[in-house]
Design a protein around this ligand. Structure first.
Ligand SMILES: Cc1ncc(COP(=O)(O)O)c(C=O)c1O
Length: 363
């Protein structure tokens, strides 16, 4: 059985060397005679996995000691409420500012509203989320409790090229679920970065949280222990049984990224992959990109057929050719090619070749 090209938006393609290593580790982790799925989370073997995973992530992204690296559960969707529960609820007169750029920010905003006042500082909704709002389209509240943005909009296919220019001193919180570690990042600009692992980092079931220690200490103490970041920071993510297998895979993915040359090399590869496809979309008479050129995501390329009636056939024929997972999100329609770190450039070439053939056939 050969592997096919997996354009899924998440869970998504993982690096093949990581999958091979994981196969062995499921049988026997690091020569211990026990598989990674079977080790006690408090045993020496798994503690070594946890420590090396954290060290690799810190080295990759230059995460300073003033930040905690946490491996939590409940997905990014849990962060949608854990953030406002911790940093907004019960604070008189406090407002949190949100940048609204798609379905995930909409969900984050809805959860935040359960806990306090939310100010939508900018929104691309009127434009069907086809662009990332510029500073000129943004108005901040005075002294926001924090500013929240979604660095890559998985469904609409837009991505911030740099952080929003939040007011000085406002803690910046980022949902980086679909572009974490796809490019260099200056962690020190953020109070907190969170990401479900299942796109660029590993399997579903583990959420990476990178959070400044002095910021997490400002979080509410009035919450169940599981929902306080300080609990997990104080226990090295071992307050309860952590998602051990997911942590193991993240560690291997981090090692793989380092072997490829680190985040700058990832960025270069990701740019080259996305450019191949966008260049074709810009000249094609069969398909067209849907978002504004200055806001294009390098991770999720969303496109439509010029004649939308062709889309089901295009997706079916692509699937038959081993180009899987191209059907767009149900709210947007069309097609979406997710090109995360582990997606090979050969797969993008195969997709462009396929689209060119179809275009020639139709003209
Ligand atoms: C940008 C973004 N945020 C949040 C989520 C939700 O993540 P989870 O399913 O881990 O809760 C997703 C899932 O695709 C996403 O793409």
């Amino acid at each position: 059985m050969t592997r096919i090209y997996n354009f899924s938006s998440g869970p998504a393609v993982l690096p093949e060397p990581v999958l091979r290593r994981a196969q062995e580790a499921i049988w026997d982790l690091d020569g211990t005679g026990i598989g990674v799925l079977e080790h006690s989370h408090r045993g020496k073997a798994f503690m070594a996995v946890l420590e090396r995973t954290e060290a690799r992530l810190r080295a990759l992204a230059g995460i300073p000691d003033s930040y905690a690296v946490l491996f939590l559960q409940g997905g990014a969707s849990t962060q949608f409420f854990q953030v406002p529960m911790s940093f907004l609820a019960g604070r008189d007169g406090a407002t949190a500012d949100y940048c609204h750029t798609g379905i995930w920010s909409k969900k984050a905003i809805a959860e935040a509203r359960r806990f306090g006042a939310v100010h939508v500082a900018c929104s691309s909704e009127a434009d069907q989320f086809r662009h990332i709002p510029a500073a000129a389209e943004t108005t901040w509240s005075s002294a926001p409790a924090y500013v929240h943005f979604t660095s890559n909009n998985t469904i609409y296919g837009t991505q911030w090229t740099s952080e929003p220019a939040a007011p000085a001193g406002a803690p910046l919180v980022c949902d980086a679920s679909s572009d974490i570690f796809s490019r260099p990042i200056d962690v020190t600009k953020y109070a907190m970065i969170y990401a479900g692992a299942q796109k660029n980092l590993g399997p579903s079931g583990v959420t990476l949280v990178i959070i400044r220690k002095d910021f997490l200490e400002t979080g509410s103490r009035d919450l169940p222990a599981m929902l306080q970041y300080r609990t997990h920071a104080g226990e090295q993510s071992m307050f309860n049984t952590p998602p051990t297998f997911g942590i193991y895979i993240i560690g291997e993915v981090a090692a793989w990224i380092a072997e490829q040359g680190g985040l700058a090399a990832m960025d270069e590869r990701n740019r080259a992959k996305a450019k191949l496809l966008y260049d074709y979309l810009d000249t094609s008479r069969l398909v067209r990109g849907t978002v504004r050129a200055d806001s294009r995501s390098l991770m999720n390329v969303v496109f439509r057929c010029v004649d939308e009636r062709l889309e089901p056939e295009l997706v079916a024929r692509a699937t038959a050719r081993g180009l899987d997972g191209l059907k767009g999100h149900r709210t947007v329609g069309g097609m979406r090619a997710s090109l995360y770190n582990a997606f090979p450039i050969e797969g993008v070439r195969a997709l462009v070749d396929f689209l060119r053939e179809l275009e020639a056939e139709r003209s």
